[in-house]
Design a protein around this ligand. Structure first.
Ligand code: SPV
Ligand code: MG
Length: 291
């Protein structure tokens, strides 16, 4: 049984989501106790070895999100960048993501094509009416009352002031957004604090503490934030661990020194959900041969 993000939000407290790009990452997030999964555009793009710059197609992002939704019971929140085009594209996108079992989509108020918020470059903010059209289109396309549309405000990312971010968030809430993701790349949580203190709480707030990651999640809760997304720490851990492990095997000439630092095969089998297949004589023999 799938849990919906909206149902989790009915309970008090802060929800914590982990970024992932495939079912394995989603399963690890669920296994360690995260409340949900952020199908991260950055992670999915990185897993294809391309920049997070609207390079992949909607279908590629959707397939990744669907795979995660099919693999875990916790809700998937899909990072849908700008919505892959105009309001018509957004409607199509919402229908496909909802049908794929995704609980919520997040769209950001930038123009297509976009680049990752931490990349320097020419980030183009959408106009408020244009982005409101995308939100209205998204809300009109959903077929269940559980589905949520999160409006992501990029004003602070491009150097605009808190009051512009607040104005935008109000406009997006009025257009029907179910939650507001306020994004910041400031090195401390000061911007988020200033925004949250001016916010009227008409919609739940979502934050992504990457640059201001030292802040304990309970502090965000005290500000009224309901969802904290740890968007990319998983893939960054995997990149570092894989790089170091493979380099060590090459330089030491064997696997001996890495063995105690890497997951056991049993863990891999567990994450694969091997147990129900063990009645197959072939599979059970091959699992035993690895023990
Ligand atoms: C992502 O994970 O793709 C995000 C969050 O959009 S961030 O990279 O922090 O902008
Ligand atoms: Mg993204």
């Amino acid at each position: 049984m799938r849990t919906h993000l909206r149902s989790l939000l009915e309970r008090p407290g802060v929800l914590r989501l982990a970024g992932a790009h495939n079912p394995l990452g989603a399963k690890i997030a669920e296994h360690v106790g995260f409340d949900g999964v952020w199908a991260s555009g950055l992670e999915i793009s990185a897993s294809f070895g391309v920049p997070d710059a609207s390079i992949l197609s909607m279908t590629e992002f959707l397939d990744a999100a669907r795979g995660m939704a099919e693999s875990v019971a916790i809700p998937i929140v899909a990072d849908c960048d700008t919505g892959f085009g105009n309001a018509d594209n957004v409607q199509h996108m919402v229908r496909r993501y909802e049908a794929a079992g995704v609980s919520a989509v997040s769209i950001e108020d930038k123009c297509f094509p976009k680049t990752n918020s931490y990349l320097e470059g020419n980030h183009q903010l959408a106009t408020i009416p244009d982005f409101c059209d995308r939100i209205i289109a998204a809300k009109s396309a959903q077929s269940t009352s559980y589905f949520m549309v999160i409006a992501r405000v990029e004003a602070l990312i491009v150097g605009r002031c808190i009051s512009e971010a607040i104005n935008r968030a109000h406009a997006y809430a009025d257009a029907g957004a179910d939650a507001i993701l306020i994004h910041s790349k400031y090195p401390t949580w000061e911007e988020i604090k200033a925004f949250a203190k001016s916010w009227d709480s008409s919609r739940p707030l979502v934050v992504v503490p990457t640059t201001y990651g030292a802040t304990h999640f309970s502090k965000f809760g005290e500000l009224g934030v309901r969802i904290v997304i740890y968007a990319n720490q998983g893939i960054r851990a995997a990149i570092k661990a894989t790089t170091e492990t493979l380099a060590e095997i090459l330089s030491s000439g064997s696997c001996e020194s890495v063995e105690q630092h890497i997951a056991t095969l049993e863990t891999v089998f567990e994450l694969q959900g091997v147990a129900p297949y063990l009645h197959s004589p072939l599979l059970s023999a091959s699992v035993d041969s690895h023990r």
